[in-house]
Design a protein around this ligand. Structure first.
Ligand SMILES: [Zn+2]
Length: 80
């Protein structure tokens, strides 16, 4: 009985996490001027231009999260 209770609770939490990530994806799509870039590697979701070269691994990692090219990242985070 206790195990079943825990299992249900775990399933509920997994469901909430899933809903959250779906909501986040909807938000990303609503905010991105070029949402097609979210499904296409090498495109920038902000300016719609090419996003193929990055200054460093941090910028490359940022691209996987925000889908912003180096130029747009520099515009938002500042050129260092
Ligand atoms: Zn861009």
């Amino acid at each position: 009985m206790l195990n079943r209770h825990l299992s249900n609770r775990h399933q509920m939490q997994a469901g909430i996490a899933h809903e959250r990530s779906r909501a986040l994806n909807r938000l990303k799509r609503a905010l991105a001027p070029h949402p097609e870039a979210l499904d296409t590697v090498g495109l920038c979701a902000t300016c719609g231009g090419k996003a193929e070269t990055f200054r460093d691994t941090l910028s490359a990692k940022e691209y996987t999260i925000s889908r912003m090219c180096q130029k747009c990242q520099d515009g938002i985070f500042g050129d260092e």
